[in-house]
Design a protein around this ligand. Sequence first.
Ligand SMILES: [Zn+2]
Length: 299
Amino acid sequence: MRGQRYLNAIRRRLPGGSPAPVEDPTTEPTTWVDTAPSPWDVATGGEQRATAWCNICRWTGTAFEGPQHCEFATCPRCGSIARDRFLFWCFVERTPPSLRTRLLETSPRMGADYRQAMARWFTYTCSDFDERAHAGTVRIDLQAIDRPDASLDVLLTPHVLEHVPETDTALDEITRVLAPGGRMYLQVPVLQGATAPPTEPEFHGDDTPVFWRFGPDLTARLRDHGFTTTLLCTEDWKRRVDAGDQAWGAGTSKEFDVTSLLGGSIAGDLLTVADDATAARLGFVPSYMFLTFEAVKAH
Ligand SMILES: [Zn+2]
């Protein structure tokens, strides 16, 4: 079935799917949470010079673990995969320093240390709907969010919206619960040039059904709900779309129809948040795997 390799890759990353990296207690603290600075602290010289740097736990090294040059390149300290680091990078790069802000994250992939760190920095709530792979502290259905109007400043929602049947209902609810000026960083698998339902039944790691395969046209859908929207990407992707590239020119992951994705991308919707050097250091390669929607509610 199309998607199986991707699903298997996700399964290997689920809790219990692979052994936790072993850290040497003589050189590494047992937890990074207590020492991690504010996400808005400027990268130190060492962090800027490192060939691999995790912007979440501030680990530096020579290379990430696991599969290299893909969204699953893993930080040996906090367990973030490149996709996690990109979502966090987009949020921090695009949001003025806003510690203690009211932040909801739906189905965070990362575990206790990450959530503890987020709770140090923000008024943090993590939620889940089916409470299987990524149990949260509260259960939230994006189609009927159990939160008051205008009660959130930031919503981080990684790889959830594709599992929600009624996209417009969810976007109406998100608009309702965000405060004026509130913002959403939305990650979904962007595998093809135009949004469509799966052509055959598709499930992600914990057998959660996929209702939609989104394309870059989700930006227009977000604008229909009143959001100011851009599609955040790396310098490499912007350069390729600006140049009108029609093909990637090298081997690509089977899960991604990169030709369709290039054809469906709108240069004016894209905004570069990581230059080539940053993308290499944080592991945001290949560029077609790193797209995050920013949606800002009007003041
Ligand atoms: Zn890390």
